[in-house]
Design a protein around this ligand. Sequence first.
Ligand SMILES: [Zn+2]
Ligand SMILES: [Zn+2]
Length: 278
Amino acid sequence: MKIDLHNHSYYSDGVLSPAEVVDLAKNQGCDVFALTDHDTTDGLVEAQQQADEINLQLIHGVEVSAMWNNMTIHIVGLNVDIENKTLQAGLKQHQEFRQIRAEKIARGLGGVGIFNALEKVKLVAKTPMITRTHFAQMLVQEGVCKDMRSVFKRFLTGKKPGGVGGKWAEFDEVISWIHAAGGKAVLAHPLRYRMTNTKIKRLLSHLSGAGLDGVEVVTGSSSSDEITLVSQWAKEFDLSASIGSDYHGWPNQRVQIGHLQDMPNVNKTIWSDWSWLN
Ligand SMILES: [Zn+2]
Ligand SMILES: [Zn+2]
């Protein structure tokens, strides 16, 4: 069974519409697929219509930013009830923060001579959600930087002109929103946080103490060694293993939907509790 539980559409910082992402997942041979846009479930209505149309098993997901130890991490909620009021109230807080952050980034960029950044970035984003990736895309389009990576380095982090500190909800709160909506909370891409292995283990220990259900053992960019390492951590902290490409559809992204290494031997997968699936 081909499963991919982490993907983005243009409802956050992906390129394709939800229907296009669903079509692509089907074409790539996925049997089970989750749309997990950043801090919004709005794309899932369209995704579900298309999934019904072409008979693909769609998991309702969301990737929620969270604070741990003053650092931003990503927690994926899987199989959530998108009507749940607690979850939606939490996501609304984050959407409002993103709005304020976009205005601050634009002001910062204005200070170094890049004017009308907010108006320009709105033309890049296809929905009201403006992410830092949209700013990066806009600055590449404008010829200010050669690629998105250099935009982040020059403008969007730390004390740089468009650097705005993240103030998302704390990790335990985010996990509780996901659980309130009946979902499973999974730590996304554990090796992408620029933390030492000792620190990631401390993160996993804190999060599992707060009720985290799983961790992404296989991601679209994982090496075999990384998969082995994270699968050991999953066992050590009694977390279910998840798998997801983190597909965005950016032109320079090598990651493809459903192109994932095999899940190694794990104690438990995150979908083993979904009886309708097994
Ligand atoms: Zn992420
Ligand atoms: Zn993601």
